[in-house]
Design a protein around this ligand. Structure first.
Ligand code: A3P
Length: 301
């Protein structure tokens, strides 16, 4: 089946998930060619759910355990998190099923993806590599998508675009959607295999950042020592990776990736911004859909 999105781009469905045509080709390339290494870390998310933040935190956690990072050489100071942790299907496998992975020679290799877990499954099923998924409440994700889509397409965030995107979210025909299927693929994966799939939430990261970064560090086998917790190392990482700090760095004010200005990845970073844009009818409609779709899964918002 095919479909056209609110910006006029053609989409088609593969393994239950909606892609733009060019992304689907990359997904197929990935499935044909990707061979995981045991130490790989894959950061997964639905678009606009906190990937930039998760990438920054993971990079900072691993840098500190390399124990050789003076501030001057910290990768986050000279590149955007998306430049450091590329998307498998968007950046790496977009041209061929056998890309040159030489630049990923460091251990562990860090990758990211927006593909649902069922689409990664064949490639990863015999691997102990680690997957971290970050999810966000659907209403903030929709609003974030709206602003991002308009910024990338260099148009004003018009309400008619929001309304049409909202309908696509509700009926599931949205890039990488249905949203709930995406969440559920990783949610089930984390229940079945908690050593290999960590399920995180943007709202919990905002609410209890210290607890959540410790959870992430434990999962990645680089836990904070008592000393690191007390000597400010943990808080330094949170500060370094804060939206305020990252968005103020020169590289993020001026750089570009895939023709997208780095600064577009940083907007408000708040929980509940949707209240400024969605009508009560929209709120009720999407709440009911999500409640119904997640029913019985144990996953709640
Ligand atoms: P808003 O549009 O609600 O502000 P992604 O990184 O998956 O593309 O998600 C983008 C959302 O994460 C945006 O949300 C953006 O502002 C927010 N974000 C980016 N960097 C962040 C950070 N370091 N800390 C918290 N939120 C961040």
């Amino acid at each position: 089946p095919s479909h056209t999105d609110s910006h006029g781009n053609k989409m088609c469905r593969f393994q239950g998930c909606w892609y733009y045509y060019n992304t689907l080709q990359s997904v197929l390339n990935f499935q044909r060619g990707f061979q995981p290494q045991d130490t790989d870390i894959i950061l997964a998310s639905y678009p606009k759910s906190g990937a930039t933040w998760l990438k920054a935190l993971t990079v900072a956690l691993l840098e500190r355990s390399k124990n050789n990072s003076s501030d001057d050489h910290h990768p986050l100071l000279s590149d955007n998190p998306h430049g450091i942790v590329p998307f498998l299907e968007i950046d790496i496998y977009h041209e061929s099923s056998s890309p040159d992975l030489a630049k990923f020679s460091s251990v562990p290799r860090l990758f990211s993806t927006h593909m649902p877990l069922n689409t990664l499954h064949e490639n990863l099923k015999n691997s102990p590599c680690k997957i971290v998924y970050v999810c966000r409440n659907v209403k903030d994700t929709i609003i974030s998508w709206w602003f991002f889509g308009c910024a990338v397409n260099k148009i004003e965030p018009d309400r008619s675009i929001l309304e049409s995107m909202f309908e696509s979210f509700c009926n599931g025909t949205i890039y990488y959607g249905p949203f709930w299927e995406h969440l559920l693929s990783y949610w089930r994966g984390s229940l079945e295999d908690p050593k290999h799939v960590l399920f995180m939430r943007y709202e919990e990261m905002k609410g209890k950042p210290r607890d959540q970064i410790k959870r992430l560090a434990d999962f990645l086998d680089c836990p904070f020592t008592k000393e690191e917790e007390e000597n400010g190392c943990l808080d330094e990482i949170l500060d370094l990776c804060s939206l305020r700090n990252l968005s103020g760095l020169e590289v993020n004010k001026t750089g570009k990736i895939n023709n997208i200005n780095h600064k577009v990845f940083f907007r408000k970073g708040e929980v509940g911004d949707w209240k400024n844009y969605l009508t009560p009818e929209m709120e009720n409609k999407i709440d009911m859909i999500i409640q119904e779709k997640l029913q019985g899964s144990g996953l709640k918002f």
